[in-house]
Ligand binder design. Structure first.
Ligand code: AMP
Ligand code: ZN
Length: 122
């Protein structure tokens, strides 16, 4: 845990959040400023700064995190299947638009907030 890290404090329960999932290694909660009808942040409890700070030794838990992201998406309002779906984003570093320096996946979904394709005819 990093003493000055907002997401470490959230996973430790020191700062309140709207939790959607927790296990020994991961914590997920609603983004405070949602950019989509579903906007959840999934973080490892371990303090890792960004995707620029992982290497081969991190592959196993990163793989688990990706699989977990799909499960959390589908259990929290993202429709499964090709006409539903969701977006996963991991902003990394200043030029990647990262504001909080604790690795996190944005899970964005709901009613096609970014859609360019028209919805299929009924
Ligand atoms: P990023 O720019 O990828 O680092 O994203 C950081 C995200 O954290 C933004 O979408 C913020 O809205 C979100 N955020 C910041 N503070 C909180 C908080 N206290 N609880 C929930 N989400 C937060
Ligand atoms: Zn942290």
């Amino acid at each position: 845990m990093s003493q000055d890290c907002l997401f470490c404090k959230i996973t430790a329960g020191e700062i309140p959040s709207k939790k959607v999932y927790e296990d020994a290694d991961f914590y997920a909660f609603h983004d405070i400023n949602p950019a989509a009808p579903v906007h959840i942040l999934l973080v490892p409890k371990k303090h890792v700064i960004s995707m620029q700070h992982v290497d081969d030794s991190d592959a196993a838990w990163l793989g688990k995190m990706m699989v977990l992201a799909t499960k959390i998406a589908h259990e929290n309002g993202c429709r499964p299947g090709p006409e539903g779906g969701f977006r996963l984003v991991a902003n990394s570093g200043v030029e990647g638009g990262q504001e909080i320096d604790h690795l996190h996946l944005h899970i964005l979904g709901g009613a096609r907030p970014w859609a360019k394709r028209a919805a299929p005819a009924a």
